[in-house]
Design a binder for this molecule. Structure first.
Ligand code: FMN
Length: 175
């Protein structure tokens, strides 16, 4: 469902990885592509991983992280698409297993039933990505139609600098 101004609504789910500090770049790119954006952060991500006041100013909406109270109106319209960036090991595994213990994961679990496109940019260290449960999670989510960007470990390269996190790739993956 589009917003009253006609723009489609994108949920940006932010997990607790260090690269989240730059999530404003994704929001800016999404707005340039004419998405209206609402951010849903995991509770850990909300705790110092990015500048929440700046993101709220950028989107013009409060960041969601906890469930609303019964009887309160839904703070965001339903999503037309969902992006998870950065996606942590923890959130990917919980999502695949259907363990909806945060609003962020519960929202992701619902996307399958809603049938909206979902794009994910994982930020997971190679040592964690090798875990069989993570590989099973990727297989399961891909089979559900979830679109993944290339693996990104967050580790510095040989020259000591971190490769660029491909924020705009998330939007490209939505097609
Ligand atoms: C500074 C810092 C950086 C982290 N970076 C990552 C990361 O890049 N990827 C990851 O999967 N976990 C990372 N973690 C661990 C997660 O924050 C931790 O697993 C957390 O429980 C994830 O919660 P969430 O999935 O609900 O956001 C990091 C933790 C800290 C303290």
């Amino acid at each position: 469902m589009a917003e009253p101004d006609g723009k489609p609504f994108l949920y940006v789910v932010v997990c607790a990885a260090q690269i989240a500090v730059d999530v404003s770049r994704l929001i800016a790119a999404a707005r340039e592509r004419d998405w209206e954006v609402g951010v849903i952060a995991t509770p850990v991500a909300l705790n110092g991983f990015f500048d929440t006041a700046a993101v709220e100013a950028q989107t013009g909406r409060p960041i969601r992280s906890a469930w609303r109270s019964p009887g309160d109106p839904r703070p965001f319209p339903p999503p037309d698409a969902v992006v998870v960036a950065p996606a942590t090991f923890n959130t990917v595994n919980k999502w695949a297993a259907g363990l909806a213990d945060t609003l962020a994961v519960a929202t992701l679990c619902e996307t399958y039933g809603l049938g909206v496109p979902v794009a994910v940019l994982p930020c997971v260290a190679d040592a964690l990505a090798a875990h069989p449960a993570y590989q099973d999670s990727l297989t399961r989510l891909r089979a559900m139609g979830v679109r993944f960007g290339e693996p990104y470990s967050g580790d510095p390269g040989e020259d000591g600098t971190r490769p660029e996190f491909p924020w705009e790739r998330a939007l490209d993956l939505l097609g």
